[in-house]
Design a protein around this ligand. Sequence first.
Ligand SMILES: [Zn+2]
Length: 250
Amino acid sequence: MDGVDAEFEKLIQLQELDNALRQNTAELSDIPRLIQELEKKIQADSEQVVRAKEKLTQNQKKRRELEAEVKDLKAQVSRYKKQLNEVKNNKEYTALLKEIQETQEKIDRLEEEIIKELLSADEIEEEIRQATLNQKNEEQHLRQEIEALQQRKQQLEQEKSLLLKQKEELLPTIPRQQLHLYLSIARKRGGIAISRVTDEFCSMCQVRIRPQMLNEIRDRSKIHLCESCGRILYFDHSEESAGETEDSSR
Ligand SMILES: [Zn+2]
């Protein structure tokens, strides 16, 4: 009976190792994606600075264009003003005055636009300042997160090789037939081949276990599979004796 007991313990141990390995693998395989996301954030922050700077370049370019246009129009106005002295009749004079007025109005509109561009340059400069500050703060913080993930990855890799070593040592000690049973159930049942009996239920699928079967599972006299999910059922005696005043089973 002790022999059978020990095998159950080993199957439980194997399941615990497999569970830990599954968790380890899941977390480990997620790390590259998490690091990539953080790197994308760093990239996005620096792109924001670049975009704001591009905006300022555009603003300055537009302002220079407007200023050049104003300069041309002002030159035109002075040319018109010179022509005023040379006109022969009233009609030409009036027409020229009209031209001067219209050009001056155009200059006024353009100068208003230049002021708008100047004001918006102030805003853009503030935007650059904020984006640069944000980038600096965020990047430091994000790099720390990446560093922490890389450390976690190392830790998980060490943990994984330790778990694999323990599993490698455990496997040969489990009777071949029981191991085969375990593996074939695990393959079909999402990696979980054994199920603890809690009260009178299979803890994995919550199906009630027949009383007679329950006694045999408690005795650990033979392997019983859950009639519903097909997993190896076991009774956790350590939990049962934990509630008693003394543990005489060992
Ligand atoms: Zn079950």
